[in-house]
Design a protein around this ligand. Structure first.
Ligand SMILES: *[C@@H]1O[C@H](CO)[C@@H](O)[C@H](O)[C@H]1NC(C)=O
Ligand SMILES: *[C@@H]1O[C@H](CO)[C@@H](O)[C@H](O)[C@H]1NC(C)=O
Length: 147
């Protein structure tokens, strides 16, 4: 009995800190509920396309950049300006620890992405967006999704 409780506790802990790879329509649903549809003039498909080319929808993804910063999570949010890693002095504009951006819960990632998108470049702040999504017909990203 004690063992089972311990096991349950560990499974629960693991699922809280573990990342996940979102399905396309599943992510569309979460982004929509969080109010990203039409945010800063960008339809939902724009956000999906950006997230796909940044992380392949994988919330665990961390990439180490040449300047020593890291890009984190489903939107590859960078530690130079936006999140903190306690290793360098950073403005940490989203007031969040970078590792919190790697969990399966992406509410915090979305809030931070909204802040980034408020900048003058909008979604152009993301290379995945400017190189693969901007100016294209993105309607297929929402194909067969029931939203
Ligand atoms: C997601 O990213 C993590 C960290 O880079 C990696 O270990 C994992 O294999 C990736 N998952 C998939 C399905 O690509
Ligand atoms: C975008 O592509 C879809 C089919 O993939 C098509 O039905 C639609 O008319 C296109 N929209 C524009 C603006 O070209």
């Amino acid at each position: 009995m004690k063992f089972l409780l311990l096991l349950q506790f560990l499974v629960c802990l693991a699922s809280r800190v573990a990342g996940k790879v979102y399905g396309r329509c599943e992510l569309a649903q979460v982004l929509k509920e969080a109010g990203l549809e039409g945010y800063r003039g960008h339809p939902l498909a724009d956000w999906l396309c950006m997230a796909f080319y940044e992380s392949r929808f994988n919330t665990s993804l961390v990439q180490h950049e040449f300047d020593g910063s890291t890009s984190n999570g489903i939107f590859q949010i960078n530690s130079r300006l936006w999140c903190g890693d306690y290793k360098h002095f950073q403005p940490n504009k989203c007031q969040i620890h970078c590792s919190d951006l790697l969990t399966s819960s992406i509410r915090d990632d979305i809030v931070c992405a909204m802040r980034i998108a408020q900048g003058p470049r909008g979604l152009g702040a993301w290379m995945g967006w400017s190189e693969h999504c901007a100016g294209r017909n993105l309607t297929i990203w929402l194909d067969d999704c029931e939203l």
